[in-house]
Design a protein around this ligand. Sequence first.
Ligand code: HMG
Ligand code: MG
Length: 290
Amino acid sequence: MADSVTIVEVGPRDGLQNEKAEIATVDKLALIGMLADAGLSRIEATAFVSPRWVPQMADHGAVMRGVDRRRGVIYSALVPNEKGAEAALAAGAQALAVFTAASESFCRKNTNCSIAESIARFRPVMALAERASVPVRGYLSCALDCPYEGAIAPEAVAAVTAELLALGCNEIALSDTLGRGTPERTAAMVEAALQRVPATMLAGHFHDTSGQAIANVETAWQLGLRVFDGSVGGLGGCPYALGAAGNLATERLVVHFAAKGVETGVDLARLNGIAERVAERFRPAGAASR
Ligand code: HMG
Ligand code: MG
């Protein structure tokens, strides 16, 4: 049987969260629909975060409720706390994603709390998710670099990865928030995480500021990871990580794995069509640097 990889499409959340101009809910829903039609089986549809912190995600309830659900597609929501989890589940989220960081400074800027406090906030999220039989991914931001603290030690990543595992996350997304990682540093970081968590529970979430994201994906693939995040058209960044350019474009992930003979289940022609429409509508944040 051919090797396969799962691509998690985070464009509707990580991509759009950074857009300054208001995007109509109906346009977000159209994007999510097109992505599902292109064969993406996991789509992070929105974030149930504070609308004061991230205004672009303020229509989270309408997005999650309005999704025209395709069979076999899992629509997930990013949540920072119990309030977000309750609202996401009530709106029909089929998976949740919590998020913390390997860097104290970034965690505070992004969620106004320490790493330990963020983990404590996730406990009631896990309880709600368990009751609803919904899986929870844990994002670990700044797995390579922090905009405030610089390079992050692989051991720090491994320690928080282990905490997210102990919390009950079914998958931990090692995230290069700034997108400046190199394959060598990616290897050291992933190898440290693998000391604590099996490869089957790890995912790679790479931003592409330095144009190294595909090389980093390949490094993580060689180390056994089989789940990678992409954002159609390379949309995105993080509002609390200045300098972080776009996410790795989903279409580049698909091309990379197709060249290796690895199955993604994604229709590249359809995906390229969506990327073109996205490029017309939004200027990818990383376009200038690539
Ligand atoms: P806070 O101000 O410390 O929280 O924010 P609070 O508990 O004091 O609440 C303040 C207000 O927010 C209250 O409203 C709450 O009800 C409300 P008020 O009474 O003042 O009107 N509130 C909420 N509203 C909606 N949904 C919620 C929610 N929780 C509280 N869930 C908080 C703490 C975590 C809420 C805030 O810091 C926040 O929302 N942060 C989100 C930041 C964010 O979304 N960042 C981008 C996503 S992470 C990312 O992009 C990285 C990732 O892609 C991986 C990578 O690349 O590294 C995942
Ligand atoms: Mg991100």
